[in-house]
Design a protein around this ligand. Structure first.
Ligand SMILES: Cc1cc2nc3c(=O)[nH]c(=O)nc-3n(C[C@H](O)[C@H](O)[C@H](O)COP(=O)(O)OP(=O)(O)OC[C@H]3O[C@@H](n4cnc5c(N)ncnc54)[C@H](O)[C@@H]3O)c2cc1C
Length: 504
């Protein structure tokens, strides 16, 4: 058959043009040979939900795969750097704890600093983190030459305008040969094997393909609606099911961290972009009305009553599909599952789902064993991320009805096991890399005043003098590194100037 027509090639169709859809198109068009496979995106005239504004460090590997220039990416997406999250009023009012990216200080004998810190708790655990120190000082992760200890470990992420990110990904996908069809999938037909054969669009056209990626958001038009895959509801783990989001003018000083503020029936995000500030309240509709949530959000951030703001109210379905890859359909993004955005896992989960799929995807042959492995692994990835988010609520001591109810929700067997390990032996038992490394658990647990019963035996083997020396050396090294990091605004101005120079 004529190869230039593309008809003999494997045809992969992505349904949905939100961030997940365009991320799938951009990644796959780079990683699957165009000689073997042509890719089409069916997208409506919107760029999706568009409120995912904070990311975690795994996004750096996406940028590398896409061959992106970080400064250019940041300019296009109105992005700022993110080094940490500050949790205010979560444990109780007037209390802060931090979740910085990366590790605290250095590893000792290949182990996290944590068990050693337990023997020498003069300063809080997070104060050994360079990310924490840089976030508190409003610094950038990079020096002016784009090099620094934080840059070297990649322990930083971005705040960004999600709609602009979606358009940036779309542009890259189209540049790599992805075709776009404007349309809405009204119906899907299955063949005798039960696979999806064609999708029929609202305008009467139909599109046939060998494989489909369902990126239709909460609709999950192929995986859930057509293949009838079962949804696993997590409202028994996480109570928040509504959000109100708004954009306001940017702050004079742009922080390099996200602030998450505990409120009466949930929490509020405060995300700094270069030109704007994203604010939102994630709450449980059972404990507060939309009107009261909007009022509380305005009051919490002192938004003037006469400010003309356009709040966007969103319904959230928290849970995941039973299978992510079923028949010839893979679900990515909100169509696969959703965990409320407390730890910014949305884009990360889409990215991990795609990266693992690319490793396993074969144009032909028996896919059943691959699907089984993929589904098992992705279920674990989602469940671990949900557990980490639930832990924040579990540790809170706030007294409002929402917080009490959240605290009383059952924890998964795995999380209970992890907390027992922590209590008895100062470890959380991570056997393979997860979205959040063990240090993330230690920041969260110590920040909430939760400590193990004792340091593990191995850490007792280190002489007290040597330990003190190392702990001091980490603080000294961090101070030196911090001096060499420019202020966040200074570095943003630097990349803005570089971008203007490139454009002229
Ligand atoms: C309140 C809130 C805050 C969030 N904050 C963050 C955050 O800080 N960080 C983060 O990483 N993630 C965050 N997320 C998650 C993030 O928004 C999503 O992971 C991300 O936007 C990917 O969404 P998506 O593309 O899967 O779905 P969507 O953005 O909903 O896109 C789905 C697309 O499919 C299209 N579509 C639907 N049905 C059809 C059909 N039948 N035919 C054709 N097209 C169709 C829609 O028009 C839309 O364009 C947040 C989510 C919410 C709700």
């Amino acid at each position: 058959m004529d190869d230039t027509s593309g008809k003999s090639k494997h045809h992969l169709v992505i349904v949905g043009g939100g961030t997940a859809g365009w991320m799938a198109a951009a990644l796959l068009s780079r990683q699957v040979s165009p000689k073997e496979c042509r890719i089409t995106v069916i997208a409506e005239n919107d760029s999706g939900i568009g409120v995912g504004e904070a990311t975690i460090p795994s996004i750096n590997s996406l940028l590398r795969t896409l061959g992106a220039d970080e400064a250019e990416f940041m300019q296009v997406c109105d992005a700022t750097w993110k080094l940490a999250i500050q949790f205010s009023d979560w444990l109780k009012p007037e209390h802060d704890y931090w979740h910085p990216f990366g590790v605290a200080g250095a590893k000792i004998d290949e182990r996290d600093l944590f068990p050693y810190w337990l023997r020498d708790q003069k300063r809080p655990y997070q104060t050994y983190s360079l990310n924490w120190a840089a976030a508190v000082a409003g610094k950038s992760p990079h020096s002016l030459t784009m090099q620094s200890p934080i840059a070297a470990t990649g322990a930083y992420a971005f705040h960004l305008n999600a709609k602009k990110l979606s358009m940036w990904l779309q542009q890259r996908a189209l540049n790599s040969g992805v075709q776009q069809i404007h349309g809405h999938v009204a119906h899907a037909s299955r063949n005798d094997a039960g696979d999806v054969a064609t999708v029929e669009l609202a305008d009467g056209n139909s599109v046939a393909a060998d494989f489909f990626i369902d990126c239709s958001g909460f609709e999950s038009v192929l995986l859930r609606q057509t293949l009838d895959d079962q949804w696993i509801d997590w409202s028994g783990h996480l109570l928040c099911d509504r959000a109100v989001a708004v954009r306001t003018p940017g702050k004079a000083i742009i922080p390099s961290h996200t602030r998450s503020l505990g409120l009466t029936a949930g929490w509020s995000w405060d995300i700094p972009l270069q030109s704007q500030r994203g604010l939102g309240y994630v709450y449980s509709g059972e404990f507060i009305s939309d009107d009261d949530a909007w009022k509380e959000l305005r009051a919490a951030h002192r938004l003037a009553d006469d400010a003309e703001l356009e709040p966007q109210f969103l319904q959230m379905r928290v849970g995941r599909q039973t299978q992510f890859w079923h028949h010839n359909v893979l679900a990515i993004g909100l169509s696969a599952g959703f965990i409320e955005p407390l730890e910014s896992t949305g884009l990360h989960l889409a990215q991990v789902g795609l990266e693992r799929f690319v490793e396993l995807f074969a144009i032909s042959g028996e896919t059943q064993p691959l699907q089984q492995m993929y589904n098992r692994e992705m279920a674990e990835v989602y469940d671990q991320a949900r557990d980490f988010v639930q832990l924040h609520y579990h540790l809170s001591q706030r007294e409002e009805a929402f917080w009490k109810a959240s605290r009383e929700l059952p924890l998964s067997v795995e999380l209970q096991h992890r907390l027992r390990l922590y209590s008895e032996n100062a470890t959380v038992g991570l056997l393979r890399p997860e979205a959040f490394p063990e240090s993330s658990y230690y920041f969260l647990l110590t920040g909430n005043g939760r400590l193990p019963k004792r340091p593990p035996a191995q850490s007792l083997a280190v002489e007290a003098d040597r330990l003190q020396f190392v702990m001091q050396a980490i603080q000294d090294q961090n101070r030196t590194a911090l001096r060499n990091l420019p202020l966040h605004e200074e570095m943003l101005r630097h990349i803005q100037a570089a971008s203007l120079a490139r454009a002229s």
